[in-house]
Design a binder for this molecule. Structure first.
Ligand code: HXC
Length: 293
């Protein structure tokens, strides 16, 4: 038997292809591909009758939807999660087109590396608006449109940035802390309506925009070079200092998008009906040895 420490990225699904039979999911923020596209694909491959992919970038969203259409019905809906009216329109459209909503995946997020000394108020606000207010807006829209009377599952994509202090991430860390609060609060408030609210905390996941843009944060071992850059407020240089020593999770590999899709399948499924108000950490134990990520 293979050692559990050498667990390879999954190459096939062990879930029933009917796990989510007939269900409808709205996924926000999938237009950049990565883990959200993979979640949408996995949902289609496990029985979902339709996915509504919502993004403010209509062109990119359309391209991803075209690719996902190989796996089932996927509908592109332009919209900005920062605008409550867009969220309401998308939720209503989902019901109008497909008659129901079963799953909402709040994945839309903004991020970049910026030193706290130089980040503008608007830069801070923008990330909070996309991540935190966007998660709230979309959850409220889906609840008031459908979940309040039918129940459903909300999956919020969070991060571990705020567990400790992640340099250059004051905006995103604050935003994700807000997202976690939303997860817990809505789980309590909407539990009686048969709504479960859960989060996923991904570690370093290869092939995602976050990994490309922020992966340098995974290299906090080499702080010396970076510290000098911090002092100068040079975010880019500080990040490149991290880059010299890559930290890989104890599980001995980076994550892959299928790891996150598997978690999202499980959490949306009937196997997880007693799980609500909490995050599932999918990081190969990396945050245990590297709390700043
Ligand atoms: C400093 C920046 C900046 C940067 C934008 N801003 N990029 N400040 N460094 N690199 C500032 C702008 O100067 C402006 O402030 C304000 O933010 C708004 O910028 P806009 O470009 O007008 O906003 P908008 O087009 O709405 O969106 C910008 C954005 C977006 C949110 C930054 O470009 C973006 O994030 N794209 C990446 C999406 C992404 O990678 N998502 C995955 C996240 S992964 P001023 O003051 O000038 O007006 C993730 C996981 C984290 O979140 C865990 C990983 C470790």
């Amino acid at each position: 038997m293979e050692s559990p420490n050498k667990i390879a990225p999954p190459i096939k699904s062990y879930f029933s292809p009917e796990l989510l039979k007939g269900q409808v999911a709205i996924v926000t923020g999938g237009s950049r591909g990565g883990m959200l596209k993979e979640i949408a694909q996995a949902y289609l491959q496990h029985g979902c009758k339709a996915i509504i992919l919502m993004s403010r970038n209509a062109e990119k969203n359309g391209e991803v939807v075209k690719e996902l259409s190989k796996f089932g019905t996927c509908h592109s809906e332009p919209g900005d999660v920062r605008k409550s009216e867009d969220c309401l329109r998308v939720a209503r459209r989902a019901v109008e087109l497909y008659g129901r909503i079963d799953i909402l995946v709040n994945g839309a997020a903004g991020n970049f590396l910026a030193s706290a000394a130089k980040l503008s108020t608007n830069g801070f606000r923008t990330v909070l608006e996309i991540d935190t207010i966007g998660t709230f807006n979309m959850s409220q829209a889906v609840f008031n449109t459908y979940f309040n009377t039918h129940g459903g599952v909300i999956i919020n994509i969070s991060a571990a940035l705020h567990w400790a202090g992640s340099a250059l991430q004051v905006h995103s860390g604050a935003a994700k802390a807000g997202v976690d609060t939303i997860t817990k609060t809505l789980a309590v408030e909407w539990g009686p309506h048969k709504v479960r609210v859960v989060g996923i905390v991904p570690g370093a996941i290869e092939g995602t925009e976050g990994f490309e843009r922020l992966g340098d944060l995974a290299n906090m071992n080499n702080k010396e070079k970076s510290n000098q850059a911090f002092e100068k407020g040079d975010a880019k240089q500080a990040a490149s200092g991290f880059k010299d020593s890559m930290v890989i999770a104890p599980i001995n590999r980076f994550g892959v998008v299928q790891d996150i899709a598997n978690a999202a399948l499980y959490l949306a499924s009937p196997m997880a009906t007693y799980i609500s108000g909490t995050n599932l950490v999918v990081d190969g134990a990396s945050t245990l040895i590297f709390p700043n990520f």
